[in-house]
Design a protein around this ligand. Structure first.
Ligand code: ADP
Length: 488
């Protein structure tokens, strides 16, 4: 089976969030089912060296204002089809935002082009006249991810020949790709689809809605988020549309790349550790204390919490700011790594000043440091207001860094709350809280602090967390089964 993934990021090549981790991990896991996956994505400047060693498999003189080609290259177990269109992608800064932190004004062209070329490859295959063995390829199925790939199903509907079935995975419905209606002609879309059942959203063009309307099946990254998407609190205006596709919607939980996230072989850590050698984690805690300017404590009687996150209201970190005085008063400490909204960044910088030695803040994006935090902290806080799946709590499980999470979306599906019954049953892996308020977060932090004072209970929970299956095995099989159901 041949599957084309359409996405805007793919780890470890280009990453701004969890989407990249998923795109980087699933194709490798699908290979065990004989699925040949290729990932089509833009050739951003960070991919220049890959581009240089790849082979051109398709080209066009004018793709929305400049020449473009598609370059096939294999790296780290993934076959990439890089859309090389310098007028659209060769620019500094974030892949979605300019230096002022605003969306690139031509994002409709940048990702519309990705969709158009992906739909072309899906419909006609890679042209054989370029005489490259990689060219003999046409997908049996297309798998789109988030709004940046949203126009693929719409373009496929406009093609006369039979086209492959198309699946959409929604990684976060908050990002919808909304543009002025005047882009319809620029992007070569059909006006007849600019209707409420199509890609029209209150007079605008919605890339994500196009995919929801025209794809064959929809998945999202956890069963709870699949249900939430049909409710007004979470559907972000698309809940009606999601309800209309309920019979085609399912939730398939994200896994993690257990080779990349592995406390036994993680080179970022001072010391590797197993569920049987948990005490060695203390050496990694010292590494976190040093990096975050925290007081060094040999045998702390309260946990060192960490946060690794985009700093946005989605992630609920403003709630954490409110609870910080209580956290510190309990003797606990916090190391936070993140970047995002300037006011949330400022609040944590101020907190590090106010609670010197107890709260450490590093603003920025640092993959290695995120491993150090997972390896050295005792617990990880994820107080998201909504969370489609969430990955940092899964890394937390793998590293025995106990997750304290809001009861929403994938957080609810992946963490077993340490309530009395779960503790008695020996199945608790973390702490959940609801409603998602500062008071209830504070209560969960308190429960974590109380449990930490009972080393036997805490360590048993760490071992259970580390033994919890967070691999892609089950979910890769679920994707395989879904693909197979569309091809029979
Ligand atoms: P989202 O995709 O909504 O940002 P996820 O939890 O699904 O949230 O994925 C976030 C990913 O980005 C994780 O792999 C996490 O470790 C990583 N991450 C987030 N912020 C940072 C940061 N400041 N430095 C390093 N990694 C980060």
């Amino acid at each position: 089976m041949k599957v084309l993934y359409v996405a805007s990021e793919c780890a470890p090549f280009v990453k701004t969030g969890g989407l990249a981790d998923v795109i980087g991990a699933v194709p490798k896991n699908l290979a065990q089912f004989g699925i040949d996956t290729r990932v089509i994505m833009p050739a951003y400047p960070a991919l220049a060296s890959l581009l240089a060693r790849g082979k051109i498999v398709w080209q066009q003189d004018d793709l929305f204002g400049g020449p473009a080609n598609l370059v096939a290259v294999k790296s780290k177990g993934i076959t990439l089809l890089l859309l090389n269109a310098p007028h659209l992608y060769d620019r500094p800064g974030n892949i979605y935002l300019n230096e002022q932190g605003k969306d690139w004004p031509d994002n409709h062209l940048r990702f519309g082009a990705l969709c158009q070329v992906a739909a072309y490859v899906a419909s006609y295959g890679l042209p054989r006249e370029l005489k490259n063995p990689l060219n003999d390829w046409q997908p049996d199925l297309v798998h789109c991810h988030d709004w940046q790939s949203g126009l693929v199903p719409a373009y496929l509907k406009m093609v006369d020949t039979k086209t492959p079935p198309c699946i959409l995975t929604i990684h976060n419905i908050a990002f919808q790709g909304l543009f002025d209606a005047k882009v319809i002609e620029t992007l070569g879309l059909s006006r007849s689809m600019f209707v409420p059942d199509g890609f029209e959203y209150w007079g605008k063009v919605s890339f994500l809605k196009a995919a929801i309307a025209y794809c064959d099946k929809i998945t999202t990254v956890s069963p709870t988020y699949a249900r939430e998407l049909m409710q007004p609190e979470f559907g972000m205006g698309l809940e009606g549309m999601m309800q209309s596709r309920a019979s085609d919607l399912s939730g398939i939980l994200n896994g993690i790349d257990t080779d990349v996230w592995d406390p036994i072989h993680d080179r970022a850590l001072n010391t590797s550790y197993y569920p049987r050698t948990l005490k060695r984690k203390a050496k990694n805690r010292a590494q976190v204390e040093a990096r975050f300017n925290l007081d060094s404590i040999k045998n702390p009687d309260a946990p060192l919490f960490c946060v690794i996150s985009r700093l946005t209201t989605q992630k609920g970190l403003d709630l954490l700011v409110e609870t910080l005085p209580n956290l510190v008063a309990r003797g606990a400490r916090l190391a936070l790594l993140g970047s995002g909204d300037k006011d949330i960044e400022a609040a944590f910088i101020a907190a590090a000043r106010q609670f010197k030695g107890k709260v450490g803040t590093i603003i920025g994006y640092d993959e290695e440091l995120s491993h150090i935090l997972q390896g050295g902290a005792d617990a990880i806080l994820v107080p998201s207001r909504f969370e489609p799946c969430g990955l940092t709590q899964l890394y937390g499980l793998r590293y025995g860094t106990i997750p304290v999470v809001a009861r929403t979306g994938g957080l609810a599906d992946t963490i077993i709350d340490a309530n009395q019954a779960a503790l008695a049953d020996n199945c608790a892996t973390g702490f959940q809280f609801a409603p998602i308020t500062a008071i209830s977060l504070d209560h969960a932090i308190d429960r974590a602090c109380q449990t930490f004072k009972q080393p036997d209970v805490w360590e048993a929970m760490m071992r259970r967390a580390m033994n919890h299956d967070v691999s892609w095995d089950k979910s890769a099989k679920a994707y395989h089964d879904l693909y197979a159901s569309l091809l029979t």
